[in-house]
Design a binder for this molecule. Structure first.
Ligand code: PLP
Length: 443
């Protein structure tokens, strides 16, 4: 769809709707409001300025499924198996099992692995809450390993110390669509004989040494939720090169699954619909082009922002040959901005029509995570004292610092022009020049 976009809308519009679409912060709302005021388009056009983008191809694909009268994959399915084949090939994976969400992709993988009560799963705190939820839906214990400040990814050097005889799974997350250091994570997994699964929900097309994410460990889980770079409103997939694991996942995700694998005695209905698969196939047609644009713009932004003192773009890990660029993330050091608080910095960007967000708050000390310690099932499975110790051990000081310094742009911002990227860098430089005055004004 060639929607006319004015620059203000483009930079500010859906910029921070990503990463679980959970961060409709005050800043975001201001930006959307500013963008809406600035636009003279009709209401219909305004809706089109946001993510996702679609055209007649998507309409035709949906109508085709509608008119076929075959809306689900049971008894065969046309679109879901086709999408699985296309996506597996693109991600250089032997198998793809499409699911109803990224969360259910994780639940499918956990079901196939038999993760359950008493098992510990190692995860980073710098992630969307769904990573945690998938673990706790299985009554397993999430164990937080602190973040690497420069890359925003799990710090592989700290995983070893978190491993116990109960550790069943390492669950690195490719946050922002940029890959975690899988070579280092896999080395720890191998040394301790612990399975590695990638939460690649934000990271389709991201690569390490030329191999897309999802197959660096036993498998990987992808999300096609509405904010994602490839989306069908909701949706997900498990990728793997392991036939047995693929069959177990297939069996788990559909009642009465029949692929050649022994039953694990549990299962669910986590199937993707034919409508969603049709939409993914038509959206997929423009994914590569959009991704190349994001690649180029992200590289250009990094070149420009890297020269601004106090702005540190998230470093891509060694071996990263491509990021999925779901988010563009950097750290803001207020010492280089006359101590101007990050929130004031973001508000100034917002005034310039740039919708940036402060990103995640510390998950490991959130009310949601803390509540697990008093959950009656957890207290029964692990014991009250153990849950209190678990609560006390959920300290991730580097992540705390990162949550205070991080700034994000959403993936739609990276679909702008080079001039848009220049305007972002110029706006930051201008804020820096005025930082003393702004800091005094902000009190
Ligand atoms: C890192 C991460 N893991 C898991 C999920 C869950 O995916 P979904 O929302 O499709 O269930 C998300 C979704 O935003 C995510 O960002």
């Amino acid at each position: 769809m060639s929607t006319p976009m004015n620059r203000r809308n483009l930079i500010g519009g859906a910029a921070v709707a990503g990463a679980g679409a959970c961060l409709m912060s005050a800043v975001t709302n201001q930006v959307v409001a500013a963008a809406e005021n600035a636009s003279s388009s009709s209401k219909k056009n305004k809706a089109k300025l946001d993510w996702p983008r679609w055209n007649q191809t998507d309409e035709a694909a949906l109508l085709d499924v509608l008119n076929s009268g075959k809306w689900g994959r049971t008894g065969g399915g046309r679109m879901v198996p086709k999408f699985e084949a296309v996506f597996a090939e693109r991600m250089k994976a032997k198998y793809c099992i499409a699911t109803s969400a990224g969360t259910t992709a994780l639940l499918t993988a956990f079901g196939a692995l038999g993760i359950g009560p008493g098992d510990e799963v190692i995860m980073p705190p710098y992630t969307f809450v769904a990573t945690f939820n998938a673990i706790t839906c299985n009554y397993a214990l999430p164990v937080f390993v602190d973040t690497d400040l420069e890359t925003f990814q799990i710090d592989p050097n700290k995983i070893k110390a978190a491993i116990t005889p109960n550790t069943r799974l390492l669950l690195p997350v490719h946050i922002g669509g940029s890959p975690a250091d899988m070579a280092a994570v896999n080395a720890v997994g191998k040394q301790h004989n612990v399975t590695v699964l990638e939460d690649a929900c934000q990271a389709p097309l991201a690569e390490l040494r030329g191999q897309p994410v999802g197959t660096h460990g036993l498998g990987g889980c992808i999300s096609f939720q509405a904010s994602k770079n490839l989306n069908s409103g909701e949706g997900g997939a498990v990728l793997t090169n392991d036939e047995q694991f693929a069959n177990l996942c297939f069996n788990f995700h559909t009642p009465g699954g029949v692929k050649h694998a022994p039953s694990v005695g549990r299962g669910a209905n986590f199937r993707l619909t034919e409508f969603q698969a049709a939409l993914l196939l038509s959206q997929y047609e423009r994914l590569e082009e959009q991704s190349k644009l994001r690649d180029n713009n992200a590289a250009y932004l990094t070149e420009m922002l890297g020269k601004i003192p106090g702005i540190a773009p998230a470093r891509l890990v060694d071996g990263c040959t491509r990021s999925g660029w779901h988010l563009y993330m950097w750290r803001y050091d207020k010492q280089h901005f006359a101590k101007l608080p990050r929130e004031s910095f973001l508000a100034e960007l917002s005034k310039a029509g740039i919708g940036a967000s402060s990103g995640y708050t510390p998950l490991n000390t959130s009310g949601h995570v803390k509540a697990l310690a008093t959950n009656p099932h957890y207290q029964r499975i692990y014991g009250k004292e153990a849950m209190t110790r678990w609560l006390e051990s959920n300290q991730c000081p580097v992540n705390d610092r990162l949550c205070e310094e991080a700034c994000w742009l959403g993936q739609t911002t990276l679909l702008g022009t080079r001039a848009d990227m220049e305007r972002i860098a110029e706006s930051i430089s201008k804020i820096q020049k005025r930082a003393g005055d702004l800091a005094r004004a902000s009190g």
